[in-house]
Write a protein that binds this ligand. Sequence first.
Ligand code: SF4
Length: 341
Amino acid sequence: MNRHFPMSKTSTDDADDAPASPPTTLSATASTRRNVPRPGFCTARRCATRVTPPPPTCPPEMSHLSLRGGGASAPTLDVEDVVEDARGRVHSIETFTAVDGYGIRCVVFAQGCEKRCAFCCNVDSQSRDADAGTSTTARAIFSVLKRNLRYYARSGGGVTVSGGECMLQPSFVEAIARGAKKLGLTTCVDTAAAGDEDAWRRVLPEIDLALVCVKSVDPVKYRRITGAKTNEEYRTMRAFLRALDAHGVETWLRFVLMTDRSERFVEYATNGEDDLRALADLSKAHACVRGVELLPYHRFGEYKFERMGFAYKLAGMNTPSAAEIDEATAFLTSLGVDVLC
Ligand code: SF4
């Protein structure tokens, strides 16, 4: 799974470099259609498996991108006619990827997260300071992705808003998702859950798929992993799942598998029978949940902690072996859970 280190071009200022011809990943289209799991191909991304690149050097505004043409092959699209405007703050954009949802997708990584997960791969996307990330608009996002519309549409793909924590910017997510729907694209949020019922009521009707990282189904372990001081964020995660159910949004639970049971790390381990049984129960308690993606812990994000001068609590933790991953997968399967990868 960790082989899916980002290979796609990723930048908020990559408009000049966007491909004018079909991407090499297009060959994956047939196997990445909606609702079709890809054997041996992990869709997992962010919290423990994929690392976003460092924030690109780009102007604080992305409005300049709308002035650039999409090339001769780009469809004509007046984004102002299609997309409501809403301002947001982004870390980066990945314009071609076959992960994080159905088909070929554009992934918008929102800047800012309230959690401080020990295994976070994108610690540089956590800050909510006014100068963190890039301030932009939903229309500017579509000015970037419009040149690739045909590839997203033909593959059943679309736009995923990820993070950081995208649900901290509900108006921005809502505007992007609405615009995508008008263009016939699928919409996805990749989230660990945040916000409240009002925000969810606005956003979720626009969403086709939610990828929800549940961290742990044990509130104590949840706090330990996320750095939360109280159980409020755990309760938010549970409430968010209920809201997804109420809105009928297809949901894939994401679960970071940590298997190092040495003295230093045993309290973080998530492969215990209790952990996996609770995950299975959570999955089965929600009709919207299609299955679980197991994300084996890896250390790809550690260098970002070092670079930012933050302590990395999991330094030295062993990554799961293939046998441990297989064991957890088999156990969840035996409990009636569809393990998606
Ligand atoms: S929820 Fe936030 S802190 Fe946790 S892994 Fe995801 S981006 Fe990092």
